[in-house]
Design a protein around this ligand. Structure first.
Ligand SMILES: C[S@@+](CC[C@H](N)C(=O)[O-])C[C@H]1O[C@@H](n2cnc3c(N)ncnc32)[C@H](O)[C@@H]1O
Length: 183
């Protein structure tokens, strides 16, 4: 079924610095990311999380940032260049049913899947592809916008992750729809 996809003008709103009060990238993702890691970020939009992730992985690491909208990635590329982080961020334009990470099979240390699963047409397929991309011991953090995504829909996402083969650890459900997935 076609899903509503966040338009580019919302991509600009997502870069609002005030967002840091609610979703601080370092507080949210810092516990999972170490220098030298390969990080996958599907649905990166204009890179609110991508630039902080690139700083966290450092010069030896890389962030593969994917999106289905070229306008999002164009803006991200410009922001990455301005921040001198372009050499560790790879932007990939993907299709809605394609994670765009076939070449990364078993290589991804951490995936940041933030506010995107509810826009994906086939969450089961998406999560199955994500599982293949992660290395053994890798982890994926799935966050969905609470309120915008009903609890029953997030429960369906957790169920789809479980069916895909992930061990699903939920946490902070009172404040966020958030789950940590492990192969
Ligand atoms: C609500 S935005 C969230 C962006 C970013 N993760 C953040 O939190 O700032 C969702 C993004 O996911 C992208 N998207 C939607 N479906 C996708 C898919 N199947 N694969 C990759 N990206 C997708 C949209 O184009 C949009 O840029």
């Amino acid at each position: 079924m076609p899903r509503h996809v966040c338009p580019p003008w919302v991509g600009y709103l997502l870069l609002n610095p005030l967002r840091k009060w609610l979703e601080n990238p370092v507080r949210l993702l810092g516990p999972f990311v170490r220098p030298g890691m390969t990080v996958l970020e599907p649905g990166c939009a204009m890179g609110y999380f991508t630039l902080p992730l690139a700083r966290m992985v450092g010069p030896e690491g890389r962030v593969v940032a994917t999106d289905i909208q070229a306008a999002m990635l164009d803006r991200l590329r410009r922001r990455a260049a301005r921040a001198n982080l372009a050499d560790r961020i790879e932007c990939r334009l993907t299709g809605a049913d394609d994670l765009g990470a076939d070449d990364l099979e078993g290589q991804v240390d951490f995936a940041a899947v933030i506010h995107v699963v509810h826009e994906v047409p086939d969450a089961g397929r998406f999560l199955g592809n994500l599982l293949r991309a992660l290395r053994p011991g890798g982890r994926a953090l799935v966050v969905e916008p609470k309120g915008h995504v009903a609890e029953a829909d997030f429960e369906a996402t957790r169920e789809a992750a479980h069916t895909a083969g992930f061990a699903v650890q939920e946490f902070d459900l009172a404040r966020r729809c958030m789950a940590l997935l492990r192969p």
